[in-house]
Design a protein around this ligand. Structure first.
Ligand SMILES: NC(=O)c1ccc[n+]([C@@H]2O[C@H](COP(=O)([O-])OP(=O)(O)OC[C@H]3O[C@@H](n4cnc5c(N)ncnc54)[C@H](O)[C@@H]3O)[C@@H](O)[C@H]2O)c1
Length: 359
């Protein structure tokens, strides 16, 4: 079966989707839509057989299109979700699924009541390294899971650079980790205490650490910030997850090329290194194709509900940080230096093609 698909929003993420659809024989990219002329030019070059449009109306009007990818920024997502449902198209949506908590829950209600398939790209739920670690937990290798420690710090998206509707870095990126902790805990958040810092005189915290408990008693800490050596001569990052149980532990880290999992369980000690897998879009679209063909939703696909819960909790944690001491460290001049530096980088963390002509 060939599934015609329309990609709406052809920026950084839209281009990742195109690459993966082009490798998957079950799909044909029928349309690419972007309001930006330069992005449409790139689309013409990268997908010469697709129709390239500036407005999404022809995509929704075309009955042959079975799936739409919603990879614009979140401010226009809810309207597109409504159109997809009205025209009976399956939805692969970028996170967050809408721009406000109310809109996100409206999107959840809409898709849960509609006869279409939907998924949100909470990509860590599709990562081999997290599945490997959750399987070790399920086999009892750690005893009882007690403590989760999660950290993701990179010199990524700088304040004011884009994704404005999606909030500070702890929401925009951090919601992935808020989702991941809940996925591992298999429980809902119960408590949190957050500490943030405003960097470079920006209005919002750009680094945040939160710790607390889940309803089942598991404790967590999450550290996220796009603050890690923005102006360092050679950029790097620090990203890890540790799961500590009553008897054993496991942990992972990655360099965006290779992911490494170490399991120190009661019956096994393993060191596994495999390709990182990027945003796992190959897996997400394969799961969607399989679901369409079988008529059964693949339960591995992250749901709109998962995304809305993660987003809402990430906002609450940010709100909590604002209730505590929120120091400001650094100057606006340093931020301007960072913007200029990122505009000229050829290879950097989270560069948006619209702002950086080198990508
Ligand atoms: N799942 C992930 O890991 C992940 C990672 C990065 C970004 N994202 C999310 O993906 C989305 C896109 O992010 P990005 O980094 O690709 O941003 P981007 O700015 O590079 O791309 C967005 C594109 O959408 C286009 N656009 C805006 N409004 C439009 C409209 N009404 N119709 C058609 N096109 C429109 C813009 O011109 C731009 O080209 C964001 O919501 C972001 O949070 C998710």
């Amino acid at each position: 079966m060939i599934i015609p698909v329309g990609i709406i929003g052809f920026g950084r993420m839209g281009r990742y989707y195109l690459k993966e659809f082009q490798k998957n024989n079950n799909y044909q990219v029928a349309y690419i839509c972007d309001v930006d002329a330069e992005s449409r030019e790139v689309a013409h070059k990268q997908a010469p057989d697709a129709k390239i449009v500036a407005d999404d109306a022809p995509i929704f009007a075309d009955e042959r299109v079975r799936v739409v990818v919603l990879s614009t920024t979140a401010n226009v997502r809810l309207a597109q979700i409504r159109k997809a449902i009205d025209t009976g198209k399956h939805i692969i949506a970028e996170k967050p699924i809408a721009d406000t908590i109310d809109h996100e829950w409206e999107a959840v209600r809409l898709v849960e009541d509609a006869p279409i398939l939907s998924t949100a790209n909470m990509y860590l739920q599709n990562a081999w390294y997290h599945h490997t670690m959750r399987e070790a937990v399920d086999r009892g290798e750690l005893g009882e899971l007690a403590i989760m420690r999660i950290c993701h710090m990179t010199p990524g998206l700088a304040p004011g650079e884009g994704h404005e509707a999606e909030g500070p870095s702890f929401h925009d990126c951090g919601m992935h980790y808020v989702n991941l902790a809940r996925w591992y805990a298999r429980s809902e958040y119960k408590t949190w205490h957050a500490q943030g810092v405003r960097m470079w005189d920006w209005k919002d915290p750009w680094w945040l650490q939160v710790h607390g408990t889940f309803q089942n008693g598991i404790v967590y800490d999450i550290t996220q910030g796009f603050v890690y050596g923005q102006l360092s001569q050679q950029q790097t990052h620090n990203s890890y997850v540790e799961l500590i149980g009553t008897k054993g532990f496991c942990r992972m880290t990655h360099d965006f090329k290779t992911a490494v999992v170490d399991i120190h369980g009661v019956t096994e000690t393993k060191h596994i290194e495999q390709p990182f897998g990027g945003k796992n879009i190959d897996r997400l679209i394969a799961e969607m194709a399989e679901s369409i063909m079988s008529g059964q939703r693949n339960p591995l696909m992250p749901s709109f509900r998962d995304s809305a819960i993660a987003s809402e909790n990430a906002w609450k944690m940010l709100e909590d940080a604002r209730k505590h001491e929120l120091p400001s460290i650094g100057t606006h001049e340093e931020l301007e230096e960072i913007w200029e530096h990122r505009r000229n980088l050829k290879d950097g963390y989270g560069l948006l093609p619209r702002l950086n002509k080198n990508v």
